[in-house]
Design a protein around this ligand. Structure first.
Ligand code: CO8
Length: 261
């Protein structure tokens, strides 16, 4: 197992309201060892306690968002070691984060890396980004939502094609199938992610949280229940101070300032 350090995932605050979680193992193409997964969970748990953060960008470096599970580490971990690590708890710490997360993807987003991108809410991809679920090629299958989030995002046939063959697809194909939202020049991915994070940060935080929750959880309910969830969320928002501020700002022809209340 490679030496682990607390610098393998960085938490940065480039501007008011915005956080960047950066996977930082450049020598291993940001492969996800247990340390990196634990640090990602730790950073998102830290962010959950930060009311002032309204949008998060998850990113890697120019060559890799993350090239999947650390195969060197996996080769020395037993199935029981892996079970005891409870990787699902680490992913859940990120999946439960209530505010918007933008995945800014350059380079490889493979296996667990693609799964991390799919836990995010919006995927921005550089032209040279490559997505794939190659687990089948190392004798396993996606284990952190790869088969399930993918089929919900892109439908049966595209999910089957990717998970069964383990093939990699480029950014344009990822966009065509509805995985990536936007394809940008590689050096513009973080620029666009920051612009989008600023747009999100200027919106009512409670509204963002309720929309994210309804879009994530509604599709697994009956339509009637999901419509009820949506309606109740809307009713909660009606009584928020930010709703009153937004309406007043519109009527007074000024820009609104939101507090998250
Ligand atoms: N794990 C560990 N190290 C990695 C990984 C990885 N996933 N990916 C890249 N690296 C390391 C390489 O070992 C190499 O290190 P070194 O220089 O010390 O040898 C360095 O990063 C650069 O890699 P390459 O020389 O291979 O660079 P290329 O540009 O030729 O290729 C690729 C880049 C295409 C990303 C290639 O490295 C690759 O295919 N990586 C593996 C991708 C993969 O299969 N990921 C795992 C997916 S499976 C998963 O995520 C969950 C299930 C895991 C269960 C495993 C049970 C055995």
């Amino acid at each position: 197992i490679q030496e682990n350090t607390d610098q393998e995932v960085l938490l940065e605050f480039p501007e008011e309201y915005i956080a960047v979680v950066r996977i930082n193992r450049p020598k291993a193409y940001n492969a996800l060892n247990l340390n990196v997964r634990s640090l990602i969970a730790e950073k998102f748990n830290e962010l959950k306690a930060r009311e002032d953060i309204r949008a998060v960008i998850l990113t890697g470096n120019e060559k890799a968002f993350a090239a999947g599970a650390d195969l060197k580490e996996m080769s020395v971990l037993s199935a029981v070691d892996y079970y005891k690590a409870h990787v699902e708890r680490l992913y859940n710490a990120f999946a439960d984060y209530p505010r918007p997360v933008i995945a800014a993807v350059n380079g490889f987003a493979l296996g667990g890396g693609m799964e991390l991108a799919m836990i995010s809410d919006i995927i921005l991809a550089g032209k040279s980004a490559k997505f794939g679920q190659p687990e089948v090629k190392v004798g396993v299958m996606p284990g952190a939502g790869g088969s399930q989030r993918l089929v919900r995002a892109v439908g049966k046939y595209n999910a089957m094609r990717m998970c069964l063959t383990g093939m990699m697809i480029g950014a344009d194909e990822a966009k065509d199938m509805g995985l990536a939202c936007e394809v940008l020049d590689d050096d513009q991915v973080m620029v666009r992610a920051m612009d989008m994070a600023r747009e999100l940060a200027a919106l009512p935080p409670l509204g963002l949280e309720h929309i994210k929750y309804a879009i994530l959880h509604g599709p697994d309910m009956s339509l009637e229940s999901a419509l009820g969830l949506e309606r109740k969320s809307m009713q909660v928002l009606l009584s928020s101070k930010d709703r009153a501020e937004a309406t007043a700002a519109f009527l007074e022809k000024r820009s609104a300032t939101f507090t998250g209340e």
